[in-house]
Design a protein around this ligand. Structure first.
Ligand SMILES: Nc1ncnc2c1ncn2[C@@H]1O[C@H](COP(=O)(O)OP(=O)(O)OP(=O)(O)O)[C@@H](O)[C@H]1O
Length: 289
């Protein structure tokens, strides 16, 4: 299933003194089985945009196409619930929304809400807990006696239990330690690679965008100001720095070396690429060991 935005605009509390325009004429396409990153400063409109991906918000102008569904400002809310089964959003700090007395019940909640039988929901819970890298013994535990990272995995399992075609993640690694962050990103990478899961990731971590994403959209004040592959977007280091958006560590390092006169055939995006490029140059005698 693809998602497409055509000239999507969104205004909070329109025609009131509190009116706040959050999105302007957004055009974008998220193709089935792709891995998309959405970046931008705080307040740039990322969360507002995300909520259009499963029709939690309807555009106030323009059109959102979610698979066969067309969502316009006039669309009736009661017809939109079904979409949430196909597009799962993991909001920031999702562990705060765990509420059942066992992990199993928490994971079963979504499927049961959509009419899945108890036996089937239990089976789904067993499958999902393993998918997020925890073993079955966790099912009987209280979510509140787990570590922060484990709680977050349980919350993600709850969204995956709906078997969404598209998984949307709003800063899923916020507040995790480096090991937890890495494990979490590896989990999404594996879901994408092995299970062809479509992923949309909101993050402030440019190293993660460089490493995992296939397409990037840069939002600024409610507009998409740049888009393309990570290589295309991160080519323009000076522009990204001027916007204080950050660049991948390897790219920033290579950019500094370039300013000192070193030539690069490709601007590296990851540390592996940087090491490969420097090694090549050393072998060719361009730099001394
Ligand atoms: N419920 C709301 N009512 C009114 N204005 C809102 C509401 N939610 C967001 N906004 C405004 O819409 C704009 C975009 O906010 P949004 O939360 O989408 O940004 P964001 O990029 O997700 O920020 P962050 O990185 O901090 O989560 C901001 O100007 C914000 O103040």
């Amino acid at each position: 299933m693809d998602i497409q935005f055509e000239k999507v605009g969104y205004t909070y509390q329109p025609q009131t003194p509190f009116e706040q325009r959050a999105l302007y004429d957004i055009d974008l396409k998220i193709t089935a089985q792709s891995y998309t990153a959405l970046i931008g400063h705080t307040g740039s409109g990322k969360s507002t945009l995300l909520q259009h991906l499963n029709a939690l918000l309807k555009p106030t102008s323009g059109k959102v196409l979610i698979g066969e569904r067309v969502i316009v400002p006039e669309s009736k809310n009661k017809n939109l619930k079904e979409i949430r089964k196909h597009v799962g959003i993991v909001f920031q700090f999702p562990e705060a929304q765990l509420f059942e007395e066992t992990v199993e019940k928490d994971i079963m909640f979504g499927p049961k809400n959509f009419g899945v039988s108890d036996t089937e929901a239990k089976e789904i819970a067993r499958e999902m807990i393993q998918l997020v890298g925890l073993d079955e013994s966790y099912l009987e535990r209280s979510p509140f006696e787990l570590s922060g990272g484990q709680m977050r995995r349980v919350a993600i399992a709850g969204v995956l239990a709906m078997k969404p075609e598209i998984l949307v993640l709003d800063e899923p690694t916020a507040g995790l330690d480096p090991k937890g962050r890495k494990e979490m990103l590896e989990l999404f990478h594996e879901l994408h690679q092995k299970h062809q899961q479509t992923i949309v990731l909101v993050t402030h971590q440019m190293d993660d965008v460089a490493e995992y994403a296939e397409q990037v959209f840069v939002l600024e004040k409610g507009e998409i100001v740049k888009s393309g592959t990570p290589r295309e977007v991160f080519q323009d280091v000076a522009w990204l720095e001027s916007k204080q958006l950050g660049v991948p560590t390897a790219t920033a390092f290579a950019f500094k070396l370039q300013q000192k006169g070193m030539q690069f055939t490709h601007i590296p995006l990851t540390l592996e690429e940087l090491v490969a490029e420097l090694t090549k140059q050393m072998e060719q005698g361009g730099i001394k060991a």
